[in-house]
Design a binder for this molecule. Structure first.
Ligand code: FMN
Length: 363
């Protein structure tokens, strides 16, 4: 591919991100919080495992499971193969695929092919991706429309990554007055705009501003999975910058906590929980905490460097674990999961409390 100097720099950055994510320990120092969440165990489910229906409907699309492969890559030849493998597996499994930031393709249209997956996955529900801050660096709403249309995407992920940009040597750190631009984008784009973090989470107050601006959904993309502070620290190759980045390795809202807080604050919002979701049980816990979808990134990256079949196997294990978690918690469908949260204030505790108070009254 013939590329411009700035596209070559973006391509080199994207390639380095893949190497670091695949080879280095860049896990957040925070736990995503799923280990502290417990689901009810149903010893008498009164249904067969095959009766469990994992299907879900989001933005008018039918999914076979409420799972999303999180945005990861694009812009390099290697990324093209990875995106193809992810797309084939996502279409087979009936889950959503989100692509990595398409900034590289705006800088150099010849890189567009590295994001195109419709030839191998014509029906997959597909999210395009752009960094919101790019609207302060020359990207226009027409560019965003092009990003969506050029890959025939069904929605646009808008990532919000101030920490990551601040830790890059030449990061794009002008986040001034972005909200009105996001609002204008939501009004005119024509497909849903989904706001996401990149591993630090989104607070209740920030979500209020984004929802008022018209975003269709929020992905908390919380802490507990891949730490972009650590990734950028490694990439810098500068020991002082890396040490500075390491001090942010525990920054952000853990995914489980952020998901719960957003669901309590916004009962009707469409929420995605991502960041440190590592199994079908985590998917079930994320939905029990109030998410409509659970997103998983890094665990699918290594399989995607091998083949679509390797991604299908990894995805299959998550889906099967999710199915068993529903069965064993007495839920036939994902929307029943919030009723299966176990612990203080859970339906189980309330039942026990009401039985105790009834028996106390009757003696
Ligand atoms: C290698 C890699 C590249 C990523 N690139 C992007 C990106 O281009 N745009 C974006 O919004 N998020 C990006 N992310 C963040 C994920 O979409 C997501 O927010 C988070 O990493 C999911 O958590 P997990 O990796 O812990 O499962 C990337 C993550 C990884 C691991």
């Amino acid at each position: 591919m013939d590329t411009t100097p700035s596209a070559r720099a973006t391509e080199a950055r994207k390639s380095r991100h893949l190497d670091i994510a695949l080879e280095d320990d860049v896990a957040s120092h925070l736990d995503a919080g799923f280990s502290g969440v417990r689901l009810h165990h149903e010893a008498l489910p009164e249904c067969a495992l095959e009766d469990i229906d994992l299907s879900a409907r989001v933005f008018g699309h039918d999914l076979r499971a409420p799972i999303l492969i999180s945005s990861m890559t694009g812009g390099t030849e290697r990324a093209r193969a990875i995106n193809h493998n992810l797309a084939i597996a996502a279409e087979r499994a009936g889950v959503i695929l989100a692509l990595g930031s398409q900034r590289a393709a705006l800088e150099d249209p010849s890189l567009l092919v590295t994001y195109r997956v419709r030839d191998v996955a014509p029906k997959v529900v597909l999210f395009a991706n752009l960094g919101a801050v790019q609207f302060n660096y020359g990207v226009t709403i027409d560019d965003a429309r092009h990003v969506v249309e050029s890959i025939a995407a069904d929605a646009l992920y808008l990532h919000l990554n101030p920490l990551q940009e601040a830790l890059q040597t030449d990061g794009d750190t002008n986040f001034r007055s972005l909200l009105p631009r996001i609002a204008a984008l939501c009004r005119t784009l024509g497909v849903p705009v989904v706001a996401k973090s990149v591993g630090s989470g989104i607070s209740v107050r920030t979500a209020a501003r984004l929802l008022d601006a018209g975003v269709a959904a929020i992905d908390v993309a919380g802490a507990g999975g891949t730490s972009w502070a650590r990734v950028e620290g490694r990439r810098s190759g500068d020991p002082r910058r890396e040490a500075l980045a390491e001090t942010f390795a525990g920054w952000g809202y853990p995914t489980a906590e952020a998901t719960r807080a957003l669901r309590l604050a916004y009962p009707e919002a469409i929420l995605v929980a991502s960041g440190g979701v590592r199994s079908g049980i985590d998917v079930a816990k994320a939905l029990a905490l109030g998410a409509n979808l659970a997103g998983i990134g890094l665990p699918f990256l290594a399989p995607a460097t091998q083949s679509a079949q390797a991604v299908s196997e990894a995805l299959g294990s998550v889906v099967e674990g999710f199915r068993i978690a529903l069965f064993a918690s007495g839920c036939r469908q994902p929307h029943e999961l919030p009723g299966a949260l176990y612990g203080r204030g859970s339906s189980e505790t309330r039942i026990a409390e009401s039985r105790t108070s009834t028996s106390n009254t009757s003696t």
